[in-house]
Design a protein around this ligand. Structure first.
Ligand code: PRP
Length: 192
């Protein structure tokens, strides 16, 4: 996989330092409140698991599943596939945790849906924030890193389902996807 990466943007050490900083901010914000971390599957599972282990106050954990991209590089709208049970939402302070805030549609729509279903408060925490791509107004209450408009993979972020297991965040080599936006597979992804 490594040869498919043009540039490493954030190393493992840099990632953990960024998460330490955000975990401290989250801890301060929720020190006197019950709250539930809601991990947006699939991409945020690695970030959420590192984040919650650095938050030394009580919290609960829940999951939502929403998909906005299909297998290409352009957003194709949002399908909400799974929400927490009503009892995990109603009257709760929820912290939505996602791997990347891109157009903003995923977190905007999920926040609205959770409020409609009775959440007391919904905040958002993004591992990466790509503000140049925003299509709907949405601000993350917490974020680890801002990134420019590159196709980033690793540390949970995928292209066509792959690269999530890279321990760092890297920019995918453009020739692997730029001529192939409607395809369901990278043009020449390595089998490694
Ligand atoms: C990605 C990512 C975010 C969302 C961000 O999810 O994990 O949830 O897109 O994009 P947006 O701000 O433009 O809505 P994807 O649909 O690729 O699913 P995945 O998490 O399973 O990879």
């Amino acid at each position: 996989m490594d040869q498919d990466i043009a540039t490493i943007l954030f190393s493992e050490d840099e990632i953990l330092k960024g998460i330490d900083r955000v975990a401290a901010e989250v801890t301060t914000a929720y020190r006197d409140q019950d709250f539930t971390v809601v991990s947006v599957l699939k991409g945020s599972c690695i970030f959420a698991s590192d984040l919650i282990r650095r938050i030394p106050i009580p919290l609960e954990l829940a999951f939502v599943s929403a998909s906005s991209y299909g297998d290409g590089t352009e957003s194709q709208g949002l399908a909400v596939n799974y929400l927490p049970a009503d009892g995990e939402i109603e009257g709760r302070n929820l912290l939505l945790v996602d791997d990347i805030l891109d157009t903003g549609r995923t977190l905007h729509q999920l926040s609205g849906e959770l409020i409609r279903r009775g959440a007391r408060d919904v905040k958002a925490c993004a591992f990466l924030d790509k503000p140049s791509r925003r299509a709907v107004p949405f601000h993350a209450d917490f974020s680890c890193f801002e990134v420019e408009d590159l196709f980033v993979v690793g540390y949970g972020l995928d292209y066509a389902g792959r690269y999530r297991n890279l321990p760092f965040v890297g920019a995918l080599r453009p020739e692997l996807y730029s001529s192939d936006e409607d395809s369901t597979e990278p043009a020449a992804a390595s089998a490694d």
